[in-house]
Ligand binder design. Structure first.
Ligand code: NAD
Length: 358
């Protein structure tokens, strides 16, 4: 088969998936088939730049529907699969865990079944080149103390939330399909992403949107929880590197070497907005910060050691947290057409509001 290779991206209408679709198509090396159920988090307007592009096609499907997925894999002659489709919001997983079990656990196993049949049907050369790349999170490793430790690929799995437990289970299923059936898999576990087209229930876009609307900026507990942050386009580049260069059966940690407390993140956004969009009366956006009751089971700190990805794959982020955050704030300032309708239709501006409204 001639290049470009056909990549099936599941969850391509989501935040990271849409960045992956844009990145792979722009490289000119791939034809991308975006398979997505279009849940509340899926949004095809994030991909309007690809409308009419001959190397991009959208197929609406649920990963739990094994027969339909099997047919799409065959019809589209898929060479590689990158699996991002998931329920992804920790707060929602606390309110309604079963959707996370259905999509993240059962859905991943159903997808693996369809992919295994497809892989077995390929000719020898295509079977050798085939990869199933499972995209996962650092949250599977659980909680670190504030002042020490870091997750490596060998860290034990110790998930705390229904979300991270469901992702941990999916990682195990992917490894099992490799060990048991020989499916050529690679895995990656990444820290918190941020950037354009991020659904405005997540911390960074929520804080930007609330600040612009003069609404409270909710911070859990004292804002002391620490996350490592990575700009979404750097993650998309890392994912291509893992899919094409990762060793079969291995997992790769991906992170930005950018640990920040939640309060530092919110303060950085306020400083950027104070400079770009001063409030009436000259007060800082910092005045809008409101401390809310902490999330149950809230992990203190996540920290990723990305050395293996850097050394084996030659990947390193292009953005620092400061440059990436400035790009993100500028994107939200310029692209209200994308996030305003989402917010106005389905969201009352609080962290819990979206869950309650559903
Ligand atoms: P997202 O919620 O923005 O997007 C998820 C996409 O999956 C949506 O388009 C949705 O419609 C689709 N989807 C959901 N259920 C489906 C189903 N049953 N069948 C088909 N499609 C379905 O999520 P995201 O933030 O882009 O995360 C993508 C992946 O990356 C997830 O697997 C997540 O666990 C992982 N991840 C996310 C982060 C992060 O910071 N956002 C960090 C590390 C890993």
């Amino acid at each position: 088969k001639n290049v470009p290779q056909t990549v099936l991206v599941t969850g391509g209408a989501g935040f990271i998936g849409s960045a992956v679709c844009r990145h792979l198509v722009a490289s000119g090396k791939y034809r991308v088939v975006n398979l997505d159920k279009l849940t509340y988090a899926g949004n095809l307007t994030s991909l309007r730049d690809l409308d009419g592009n001959p190397n991009y096609v959208f197929r609406k499907a649920d990963i739990c529907d094994t027969d339909k997925v099997r047919k799409i894999l065959a019809d589209e002659a898929v060479d590689l699969v990158m699996h991002l489709a998931a329920e992804s919001h920790v707060d929602r997983s606390i309110d309604g865990p079963m959707a996370f079990v259905t999509t993240n656990v059962v859905g991943t196993a159903s997808l693996l079944q369809a992919v295994l049949d497809h892989w077995r049907s390929l000719g020898e050369e295509a079977r050798k080149r085939f990869r199933f790349h499972h995209v996962s999170t650092d949250e599977v490793f659980g909680d670190l103390p504030f002042d020490s430790g870091v997750f490596t690929e060998d860290s034990p799995y110790k998930p705390s939330s229904p979300y991270s437990a469901s992702k941990a289970a999916s990682d195990h299923f992917v490894r099992a399909w490799h060990e048991t059936y020989g499916l050529p898999v690679v895995l990656s576990n990444c820290s918190n992403n941020y950037g354009p087209y991020h659904f405005p229930e997540k911390l960074i876009p929520l804080v930007i949107a609330n600040a612009l609307d003069e609404q409270p900026l909710p911070v859990y507990g004292k804002g002391a929880n620490i996350r490592d942050w990575l700009f979404v386009e750097d993650h998309a580049r890392a994912l291509e590197a893992v899919m094409t260069g990762g060793r079969i059966g291995e997992s790769y940690n991906i992170g930005g070497r950018a640990e920040r407390t939640n309060l530092e993140v919110v303060e950085a956004i306020c400083a950027l907005l104070d400079a770009r969009r001063p409030r009436n009366g000259g007060r800082s956006h910092l005045d809008l910060i409101t401390y809310v009751t902490d999330r149950p089971g809230h992990d203190r700190r996540y920290a990723i050691d990305p050395t293996k990805s850097e050394q084996e794959l030659g990947w390193t982020p292009l953005e620092t947290f400061e440059t990436g955050l400035a790009r993100t704030v500028d994107w939200y300032l310029a692209n209200g057409w994308w996030w305003r309708p989402i917010r106005e239709q389905r969201f009352d501006g609080t962290r819990q509001g979206l869950v309650a409204a559903k």
